[in-house]
Design a protein around this ligand. Structure first.
Ligand SMILES: *Cc1c(COP(=O)(O)O)cnc(C)c1O
Length: 461
């Protein structure tokens, strides 16, 4: 299986190449040349998450690694989960359940994608006898998951920019208390966008790297993260009804990576009814699905900060595959003008949306209400991101057939302020989170407005 860019000018790449490259040279996103197809009967015979991953992952990695090599990697990939089955499914009623994806070491679903990324980064670096810098900015969960996933690999040094903003204390402490010689949490006095600008500049410039050193991105456009997420959709569907009926999945989303993974699983053969695209008041995706208007607005801060985005990077993959039938020229045309010109598809093409997608934008007020409702009526505590997915389902319920699964993307203990405001008292907190509370914080304060971050990396790489 080889990969190509959604914009048509970076093609025939192996898995290892796109893993280490991240974004395509032409600015597009990598896609597999075709959708590998699963044998549902074979999947029905599997009974744990790792075995499902051992079936799915090699379909995308066979251009670079043998199946045996991949199985060996997967035996050591996902670690420090507090749930031995990795996921947990909580039934709310006959037709509704919550898929908890937050039992990993950083208590957010990003552990699934980033631990797989780190495992393959490390394998590649060992095979090639090279080192790498992981460089990224985080609004909360990405940074901690990336740091945790890479911290045991001495060939990888992580430099993560932490902006001023509404990240919770726990989220910050998850990054600043790791205290490993290859981990550098940088408190950058600026906004998330300022930090993103520094990262972009770094990926253009690269002069601060050593000879032959890789610069690795951790944002959600790396295909390897999508692969890790595809695995839990198949496993969740297996556990829910053994693929006997198509399910709906409600996905609280920002950059569309998690939604696209669901779409990818369905293209590979997972029975799927509808995907509910649930967003907070940063509603570019909802405006597209409701009104065919994909236009960039300013970011507003919400109580679900990991979904505070102005554009949804992975959405380009859906435009390319689902709407444009993989016409890279059309895709390139649309995106070369975006965001100056907003994206609006031909009405006939856009209408296809309703065959698979529904969307809803949930504001902070409704998010609080939903958290409180679930707590008061069911004793179930959810985090604000999950509540966006749950509230969207309750608003769209009349139009949903079949069983619905709400993806729970973070443990509520990561967002104590939101819980307090919703009047919810959380009594248990995961061991992995508790650990960081009293540890000493070590971080580096640098400005995103001059060269100091690059000088710092050079000195410490
Ligand atoms: C990153 C994140 C999201 C958004 O995921 P996307 O793949 O960008 O849609 C949702 N919830 C939580 C808790 C996250 O950390």
């Amino acid at each position: 299986m080889l990969f190509h860019s959604t914009r048509g000018n970076d093609n025939n790449k192996t898995f290892e190449e796109i893993l280490m490259q991240g974004l395509a040279d032409d600015g597009g996103l990598f896609m597999p040349d075709s959708w590998p197809q699963v044998d549902i009967d074979h999947l029905k015979g599997l009974n744990n998450f790792i075995d499902v991953a051992k079936y799915i992952v090699p379909m995308y990695t066979n251009s670079s690694f043998s199946t045996d090599e991949v199985h060996e990697v997967l035996d050591n990939t996902w670690h420090d989960f507090e749930e031995k089955d990795y996921i947990n499914i909580v039934d709310i009623n006959e037709s509704l359940s919550v898929l908890e994806l937050f039992h990993g070491p950083t208590a957010a679903f990003k552990d699934f994608g980033l631990q797989l990324a780190a495992a393959f980064f490390n394998k590649t670096l060992q095979d090639q006898n090279k080192t790498a810098i992981v460089f990224g900015a985080t609004s909360g969960d990405t940074g901690s998951a990336a740091i945790d996933a890479c911290k045991e690999f001495s060939a990888i040094k992580s430099f993560i920019l932490i902006p001023d903003g509404n990240m919770s204390d726990i989220q910050r402490k998850q990054m600043t208390t790791v205290n490993k010689p290859n981990v550098f949490p940088i408190l950058a006095s600026g906004s998330f966008d300022d930090c993103q600008d520094v990262v972009k500049k770094g990926f253009k410039d690269r002069s601060f790297l050593k000879d032959g050193q890789y610069l690795l991105a951790i944002n959600s456009i790396n295909w390897v993260r999508i692969i890790g997420q595809i695995c839990y959709y198949f496993y969740a569907a297996l556990k829910t009804n053994r693929f006997s009926e198509p399910l709906n999945f409600s996905v609280p989303t920002g950059n569309f990576g998690n939604v696209f993974s669901c779409y990818a699983a369905s293209k590979m053969g997972m029975p799927l009814s509808k995907i509910v695209v649930a967003v907070n008041s940063n509603d570019i995706l909802d405006r597209f699905f409701q009104h065919n208007d994909y236009s960039k607005n300013k970011v507003s801060e919400t109580i679900s900060p990991s979904m505070d985005i102005s554009v949804a990077s992975n959405f380009e993959r859906l435009i390319y595959d689902f709407y444009l039938n993989r016409d890279s020229e059309l895709c390139s045309n649309l995106y070369s003008k975006f965001p100056v010109e907003s994206i609006s598809l031909d009405e006939d093409i856009w209408k296809k949306s309703s065959s698979l997608f529904m969307s809803f934008s949930v504001d902070d007020n409704s998010t609080f209400k939903c958290m409180k409702n679930y707590f008061d009526n069911l004793g179930y505590i959810m985090d604000p991101h999950t509540a966006v997915g749950a509230d969207a389902v309750s608003k769209l319920n009349d139009r949903l057939e079949n069983k619905t699964v709400i993806l729970s993307t973070a443990h509520p203990a990561k967002f104590p302020n939101a819980l307090e405001k919703a009047g919810i008292n959380l009594t248990t907190i995961p061991k992995n989170l508790k650990k960081v509370l009293d540890k000493k914080e070590i971080s580096f304060k640098l400005s995103p407005f001059d060269n100091s971050i690059f000088e710092f990396i050079q000195q410490n790489s």
